[in-house]
Design a protein around this ligand. Sequence first.
Ligand code: ADP
Ligand code: MG
Ligand code: MG
Length: 882
Amino acid sequence: MTDQTKYVYDLSEGDVTLKPLLGGKGANLAEMAKIGVPVPDAFTVTTQACVAAMNNGGDWPEGLADQIDAGLARLEERTGKKLGSAENPLLVSVRSGAVFSMPGMMDTILNLGISDDTVGSVAQLAGNERFAWDCYRRFIQMYGEVVEGISPHVFEDALTAMKVDRGVDQDTDLTAEDLKALTDQFKELANRELGGEWTSDPKEQLLRAVNAVFASWLNPRAEVYRKSQGISRDLGTAVNVQMMVFGNRGETSATGVCFSRNPSTGAKELYGEFLTNAQGEDVVAGIRTPRPLEEMEGVLPEAFHELLATMDKLELHNKDMQDMEFTIEDRKLYMLQTRNGKRTAAATVKTAVDMVDEGLITTDEALLRINPSDLDALLHPGIDPNHTATSIVKGLPASPGAAVGALSFNADDAAERGGAGEQVILVRYETTPDDIHGVMKAQGVLTAHGGMTSHAAVVARGMGITCVAGAPGIKIDTINETVTIGDTVYGKDDVVTLNGSTGEVFAGALPLVPPAINEDFEKVGEWADQARRLGVRANAENFEDASKARELGAEGIGLARTEHMFMAADRLPAVRKMILAENEEQRAAALAEILPMQQADFEGIFTAMKGLPVTVRLLDPPLHEFLPNLVDQSVLVKELELTGADAAKLEAEKATLAQVKKLHEQNPMLGTRGCRLAMLYPSIPEMQARAIIRAALAVLEREGETVGVEIMIPLVAFESELKAQRDIVVAAVEDEFEKAGKKLDYLVGTMIEIPRAALTADQIANQADFFSFGTNDLTQTGIGISRDDAEAGFLGAYVETEVIEKNPFESLDADGVGQLVAIGVEKGRATKPDLKTGVCGEHGGDPASIEFFNKVGLDYVSCSPFRVPIARLAAARAALQA
Ligand code: ADP
Ligand code: MG
Ligand code: MG
């Protein structure tokens, strides 16, 4: 049986709806022709043909060569020209064209059909001998490189030698004679490179060119580009065979590229470049320096005005900014390509908003056009994109934005210098909770270890502080306060610039450009709020962050981590005392010291968020993060013993060492964390519940309004745990109400972050007013991967080698961990139909994860303040796409 699949479409058979089959370029060419824009006639070989060949070790599917033959015959018929004919030769381009545009990643061949037989009549018909030889030498060069794999320098060297010999520096200064001689030379060179196997039959060349374009789908740069853009390798490219039009026929001919709006800023203004007497490659591949499009009005006025009208027509038809290629052959304009233009984040927002104002698109369409991660770039000052510096090292882009500052090698120094107004970059092997005060006062953080989900990164993102983590090979000497990067040693007075969006580090101060939070940005936020179903809250634990979150549109706090409040330098001693207490009396004393500090923190948050709900999570300390290190403490005791000087201090440090040993755990992440600590020491949750309620009452008193108090118990696995904790909290709260003679509404709920809790959510819900899915720990416990070692270890390699698609700590593992969330929601609601559900892991700010949370019916997501606008937009898009 013969294969009946249609692999070849004439230009008139296509339109924009056939993009998956004809590729973006082919479908848009057909669409342009359909609406009356002048396009050179063509036919398109489908992506399906490419895929079939790819899946068959490069062998073409049956019938493809015949269909191309027939397509060519029809093209010849329509144009009245013939490939290889000495009288009236047809010249074509053979152009790649993927479904999603991949500018310059694949190959294109121009002027196919020119040969010893046809060059004479090309010259004669154009009345231009030089032009014909220019086409011919270009063809040999392109075909030789792309189809035959001849190294480009073979031809470039010959061209340069010719120019030197003739004493000229522009290609355009070469005469017809020169180009003829060059063509002969190129032919000889090509033939020699191929050991005499150079093909000169245009038909044969056409088939080989189509095949070369298929193959270019798999070339390394295309692979790299596809991976970075998330484009599937299975799609394949289409191939467009199109009649040539010539911008190189003399001074009344030209070629160029133009945009319907400025792709850097989004402004509606003329933006483009052109060259007279040139072919398209000269502009797109940067062979010559083109002129600004404005100047074309003086050179070719009719074509210029027709081009302006065509730009408007195409933009109106496609309802988006267009990026176009055109060629003018002897004053006549042809369009060779149009596509939706790639643009900066700022231009994305501006064009979308402007087009709504112009009535071109609806607000929903505008929302679907803005990629949420684009907003991220707009929320941080960025490095001036015109800089020319090269980076000294590249780490992980852990927290976006740009930071410039002098190096600081410990947190105290960073806090001091930063607090005094100096711009500093904190450089650490990795950051610990002890560093938090330094991190807060730094412009940016650079670490040698740790990844995108390391504490440093999480904290820095939460605060909008730029962070480059895990910079490979940097050597930090904390004693002499130097860091060696490459062969250079940098000290305290040296300034560096971090690009947290790319992970690059530069020596010296690069110029910065301010974030573009403007009216357009706010408008997008308002539209998103109308379209979304999911609520958006923020993770914050102090007044500043909470205020920032509210300013960026947060509708409450989904997670206030009380242990973050414990990490400040002035509190850590009291917190350590509390944990290390040898008896209840000592513990009560430490707690009494902490309570007013906690209350003050809560008052700050509650003041910033009055009128909105705030979820406060009770203490969830991986104990090791708060305690002196076992080894360090042992060394300290040894030293004190050796010097024998301070007997009292020795005793105290010995006692601490004994406690540290007692509390030491092999797997602290699976140890005495969350409510487990509170189960052992009920006075801790009791103190916290009191501090929360006192703060809420104080704010109510002072401001006349307070927050919706939600008290959250972490790391629950059993209903009995939650019941016990709930009882403690409720008793303390009621006691405070009694004492104050006042009441307010409050909820008690739990984190769902252990698989057992998700699987028994129907039981847990008996004790909970709300669930908040802690997807960081749920990922750690659900997949069994340590989140602290994630990037450095095997997980990095898994992502690199595509064992798994994405790091599950960055984007929710929907198939696995996501199922635990879905089960948790379903079972929880089976017990309590109106159970409030949210998510407070890092995933709450990740657009792909937000889409999933929308689907499983959560009530809200919570993320770091600076991701709130992104989450609002992502939630809107999820709702619109559902
Ligand atoms: P790319 O994706 O690299 O831009 P294209 O297929 O668009 O590849 O072609 C490269 C250049 O050649 C472009 O400037 C294009 O306008 C020009 N070009 C392609 N086909 C023709 C043609 N039939 N006539 C004139 N110029 C062409
Ligand atoms: Mg192009
Ligand atoms: Mg947790």
